[in-house]
Design a protein around this ligand. Structure first.
Ligand code: ACO
Length: 401
C-alpha cells in the first residue's frame, strides 16, 4: 500500500470512526497498553514495577528519552531542570489577576500558555537541543505554576522550591509550605505522591495526549501544545473525573450513603448521571492503575490515621458494580480516578485541584509524545469528515428569509 498517497488521495473513500475508537493516529514506542489483559507498560517497563520501585523523575526520563536513566543522566537532567525552576516575576501579576473562584485548570492552562511570552526561545524549536531546553524549562516551571495556582486560591504567598530537595519533595514543599514554618517532608505522602504521578504519567493516545500531538503537529511550540492538552484533560469524561468522583461520593454520603439509589440512576438511560470513575475507553477487564491506587489509598489512610467514610462508600459502590449485570455486561470497572481523589483528600489537596495533580503527573507523557511526534516528522493532524448537511442552496436576502 502506498501509505503516503493514502494520506491525501481518498479516492472518495473515508473511514468514519466517531471518537476514533478503532483508528490509530500514529506509530509510537512510548506506552504499550492491552485493554483486554489489563497491561500497561512505559517503554517496556511494567507499570506495577515502576510504581513500586521508581521515582517520578526516573519515569519521566524514561518516557521522554526512551530508557531509565543512569545515575549520571538523572543527575544532569535534574540539575538542568533545577536551573529552570523559577518563572518570570511578572507571571505573579497574571496569577494575581485571576479571581479566587477561577477553576485551577483554567488558570493552569492560561499560565502554561503565558510561559511562551516569557520564553520566546522555546516557541520555535529547530533541533533536539532546542527540544531538550524547552523540556527542562517546562519540567522546572510547571510545578511552580501548579503550586502557585493552589496557593493563590488558598490565599498563601507565592513561593519557590529548594535546591536540596528531590523533584517530588520540591513539589510538596511548594504546594504545602505554610508561612513562617519550616517545611518537613512526610515520607508517606511523598511515597504516595510519587506513585500517583507515575501512574498518571502516560496513557498512549488518550484525549489530552492526542490534543497535545495534534496541536503540536502544526509546529506550535511545546508550551502552547501542553496548554491545549490541559484544557482537554479538564473535562469530566477525562481527567476531570477525579474531581467528579469525589463530588459524587460526597453527594452519596450526604444522601445517607444510599449507594443503591445512585447505582439505579447510573443504569437509567433517561438519567444523564453516570457513575464517575467507572468505565474506560480501552480497559475492558480492569484498569491496572486502579488496583495499585486502591491499595495505596488504604495504605495512606492507615499510615496517616485518617478514617474517611468516603473510602467505605467507594468500596461499597465498587462491590455493588462488580455484582451488577449492567456493569458486568458493559465491562465497567473502576478506573484510575476512582481512588486517586481519596488519596489527594487525605493529603489536604482541595477537590478542584485534583485534575491539576493529574496534569502534573501527565506532563512527562505529553512531553514524550510531543517529542516523538516532532522527531518522527509527523504531518499536520487533519481528520476528514462525512458531510451530512444541506446540498447547494442559493442565497436569500434577509428580507426573504
Ligand atoms: N456509568 C454508567 N454507565 C456507563 C458508564 C458509567 N460510568 N460508562 C459507560 N457506561 C455505559 C454507557 O451508557 C453505554 O451503555 P449502552 O451501551 O447501554 O449505551 C456503555 O456503558 C458504553 O459506554 P460508552 O460511553 O460508549 O463508552 P466510551 O468508551 O465512549 O466511554 C468513558 C468511556 C468516557 C470513560 C465512560 O465510561 C464514562 O463516561 N465514564 C465516567 C467518567 C470517567 O470516569 N472518566 C474517566 C476516564 S479515565 C481517565 O480519563 C483517566
Amino acid at each position: 500500500i502506498d501509505i503516503k498517497n493514502l494520506r491525501t488521495a481518498t479516492n472518495g473513500v473515508i473511514t468514519l470512526d466517531s471518537g476514533y475508537k478503532n483508528t490509530g493516529s500514529c506509530e509510537s514506542s512510548i506506552t504499550f497498553l492491552d485493554g483486554e489483559k489489563g497491561i500497561l507498560r512505559y517503554r517496556g517497563y511494567d507499570i506495577e514495577e515502576l510504581a513500586e520501585k521508581a521515582t517520578f523523575l526516573e519515569v519521566a526520563y524514561a518516557l521522554i528519552f526512551g530508557d531509565l536513566p543512569t545515575k549520571e543522566q538523572l543527575e544532569k537532567f535534574y540539575a538542568d531542570i533545577k536551573v529552570q525552576s523559577v518563572v518570570d516575576e511578572d507571571v505573579k501579576k497574571i496569577v494575581d489577576a485571576f479571581p479566587k473562584s477561577a477553576h485551577p485548570m483554567g488558570v493552569l492552562s492560561s499560565l502554561t500558555s503565558a510561559l511562551t511570552a516569557f520564553n520566546p526561545s522555546s516557541v520555535n524549536v529547530k533541533s533536539e537541543e532546542d527540544m531538550y531546553k524547552a523540556i527542562c524549562k517546562i519540567m522546572g516551571k510547571f510545578p511552580v505554576l501548579v503550586a502557585w495556582t493552589m496557593r493563590k486560591k488558598q490565599g498563601l504567598p507565592l513561593n519557590y522550591g529548594s535546591k536540596s530537595l528531590d523533584y517530588v519533595e520540591n513539589i510538596m514543599k511548594m504546594m504545602f509550605e505554610q508561612p513562617n514554618e519550616p517545611y518537613v517532608v512526610n515520607p508517606i505522602i511523598k511515597d504516595a505522591l510519587d506513585k500517583l504521578l507515575i501512574l498518571h504519567a502516560d496513557h498512549e493516545q488518550n484525549c489530552s495526549t492526542s490534543t497535545v500531538r495534534i496541536a503540536g503537529s502544526s509546529h506550535v511550540g511545546l508550551f502552547a501544545s501542553l496548554s491545549a492538552g490541559i484544557s482537554a484533560l479538564w473535562g469530566p469524561l477525562h481527567g476531570g473525573a477525579n474531581q467528579a468522583v469525589l463530588e459524587m461520593l460526597e453527594a452519596i454520603k450526604a444522601d445517607d450513603g444510599d449507594t443503591k439509589k445512585y447505582m439505579a440512576k447510573a443504569k437509567d438511560k433517561d438519567d444523564p448521571f453516570r457513575l464517575m470513575g467507572f468505565g474506560h475507553r480501552v480497559y475492558k477487564n480492569f484498569d491496572p492503575r486502579a488496583r495499585i491506587i486502591k491499595k495505596a489509598a488504604d495504605d495512606v489512610l492507615n499510615d496517616l490515621g485518617v478514617n474517611d467514610p468516603i473510602l467505605a462508600i467507594a468500596k461499597g459502590l465498587e462491590q455493588e458494580a462488580l455484582n451488577d449485570p449492567y456493569f458486568v455486561e458493559r465491562k465497567l470497572y473502576p478506573n484510575v480516578d476512582f481512588y486517586s481523589g481519596i488519596i489527594y483528600r487525605a493529603m489536604d489537596i482541595p477537590t478542584d485541584m485534583f485534575t491539576v495533580m493529574f496534569a502534573l503527573g501527565r506532563l512527562p507523557g505529553w512531553i514524550a509524545q510531543w517529542r516523538e511526534m516532532r522527531l518522527n516528522n509527523e504531518p499536520i493532524g487533519r481528520p476528514r469528515q462525512i458531510y451530512v448537511g444541506e446540498t447547494l442552496r442559493s442565497f436569500k436576502s434577509i428580507s426573504e428569509r
